[in-house]
Write a protein of this length. Structure first.
Lengths: 123, 115
């Protein structure tokens, strides 16, 4: 129960940060699902994708009201992404849990450095 | 149009491999390759991620890897959180928060490496 309460709090925090900085919820969903709720790395990554659907739906709806969504481009990129997803999913399922977790940790470091760099420049 | 297709292929692959939306890839590529203005790139990427995540859930759902209860536990509060975050974005100074966020990500990365 306490793990669920912590996961709810971290989910909320992931949403706040994603709304503030435009970094998707996934980079916080995956560690929350893996470290707090105890999912395996591949399960956590798959579940993260399901969790972000309502988040980005709301985000896209709000941004479209500001005229910031180019729908035809989004459609082309989004539909083509389906083919990429197939390849990525096959690779993710073929890699060991340990390699997958370390790849994800490396991605976190890259994003952290990019965020810190943008703050340093005062962006 | 082929630029958009190429961006989509890269974003989908990245998204499925890491379990993230792919905005980290889509936003800079829309700016660099398709000459989008940055706010348009961010807004458009949200719509893209919606589709990418749907494809990802379909693919991993077939493999039996999606835990729906846990998706609801983090996804619903995050949906409320993103509304709060968009509101806060206009009102608080973000530099300290960004640095704090970056520090949290580094700590999580270390934790994942030793797990």
């Amino acid at each position: 129960m306490t793990a669920v309460a912590l996961a709810v709090a971290l989910g909320f925090a992931a949403g706040v940060l994603s709304g503030m900085f435009g970094v998707g919820g996934g980079i916080l969903f995956v560690p929350t699902l893996a470290l707090v709720l105890g999912l395996a790395q591949l399960e956590a990554q798959a579940t993260s994708l399901a969790a972000m659907i309502p988040v980005v739906a709301v985000g896209a709806w709000r941004q479209s009201r500001y005229g910031n969504v180019r729908w035809s481009a989004a459609l082309f990129v989004g539909l083509a992404s389906g083919i990429g997803v197939g390849g990525g999913a096959v690779l993710a399922a073929a890699l060991s849990e340990d390699v997958l977790r370390k790849l994800f940790a490396a991605l976190l470091i890259v994003i952290a450095v990019r965020l810190a760099w943008s703050a340093r420049r005062g962006a | 149009m082929w630029t958009f297709v190429a961006i989509g292929l890269a974003a989908g692959f990245f998204s499925a491999l890491f379990g993230v939306g792919g905005g980290v890839i889509v936003v800079p590529l829309l700016v660099l390759l398709a000459r989008f203005e940055s706010r348009e790139a961010t807004g458009t990427s949200l719509a893209v991620i919606g589709l990418t995540a749907l494809f990802g859930v379909a693919a991993f759902g077939v493999l039996g890897e999606v835990e729906w209860d846990d998706a609801v536990v983090v996804g619903l509060p995050a949906t409320a959180g993103t509304l709060a975050g968009t509101w806060l974005q206009q009102r608080v100074s973000s530099r300290l928060l960004i640095l704090l966020f970056a520090a949290v990500l580094l700590a999580v990365a270390v934790r994942l490496f030793v797990e």
